[in-house]
Design a protein around this ligand. Sequence first.
Ligand SMILES: *Cc1c(COP(=O)(O)O)cnc(C)c1O
Length: 389
Amino acid sequence: MNTKEKDLKYIMHTYGRYDVALAKGKGATAYDEDGKKYIDVSSGIGVNSLGYCDEGWVKAVTEQAGTIQHMSNYFYSSQASNLAEKLCNLTGMAKVCFGNSGAEANECAIKIARKYSFDKYGEGRNEIITLKNSFHGRTVTTLSATGQDVFHNYFFPFTEGFAYAEANNLDALKNAVSDKTCAVMLEVIQGEGGVNILDKDYVQSLVKLCHDSDILVIVDEVQTGIGRTGKLFAYENYDITPDLVTVAKGLGGGLPIGLCMCADKLKDVMSPSTHGTTFGANPVVCAGANYVIDRVSAKEFLDEVNAKGEYLESKLKELEQVKSVRRMGLMVGIEIDSDAHDIAAKCVGNGLLIITAKDLLRMLPPLTITKQEIDEAISILKSTLEECK
Ligand SMILES: *Cc1c(COP(=O)(O)O)cnc(C)c1O
């Protein structure tokens, strides 16, 4: 059996896969098992932030794997504490809680928000408002948090205590807020929801409204964080101060990590045995993340992300079939005049790994993508769109 046949026989079918078995890569260029070349503008859904097999990242990870590969959270770890220190110094947040994925990071934020409210106000003030069209993960609770009805199926009963408000509509938020509300959770750019960039005025008013009533603001930066939007975190583009920030995807540079950062007033909410993780804060993973953070947080690196994003957008706008481009940094949604899923599948066949978000094409290229790789990607997209006209 080849890879595809084994996959179909032995792996549960929770994904409609493209017909490609990837074998190796370098930068934004990947090769399949037959040696065919692809330009990858999806980076494993924003995970391979430094591209495939970045030299410094490989060195950091392999050195740590040969030093100490795991210890339980009953012991101190320099890789984890260094990473936490860096993130706090870069953001002004006070403390970090580790996990392994975006969904876990959001679960942690939800627990902190509810415990803060429980400790201060007692039972009953536990509702979290999320936005329609949001995406917050695949656990039973984060599915509940996800503001899209299609996700609220099969797995009943879902976790209680979520309410949903239309994005970019302050009145809708005001109507959803009650004396039961303990937090509002949002992505400032809804990634899976179609690269919807929220209005700055709306986000700032939302934060003010929340903070006037001691309602916590949780920003889900799982997709938008770690340089993706040209700032270390997307919320910095909005000049706001969240109470909780969740991070995952791009942080590990390809290894699984998720974490929740909290502001000073929340730093002592979680006490021993209120939360835990076996794998979270793993030193090999944290070594990769430390390397990613050192590279990505440099101003010159982030300036490059912005410059590449502008270049990519200008090239996309030259394409006849492109109706509009939604972009911040290297987070890009492309509205086209044909079926995005069909085009994405054809692009993959033509050597461009691209993904979709709702009915848009979506690009989340490695932040290190070169101008030449962008040009190659555009050229494949252009000919694919022309084929399908
Ligand atoms: C991907 C994503 C998640 C879920 O992350 P996992 O690592 O798949 O659990 C949560 N929130 C947002 C905004 C995401 O893009």
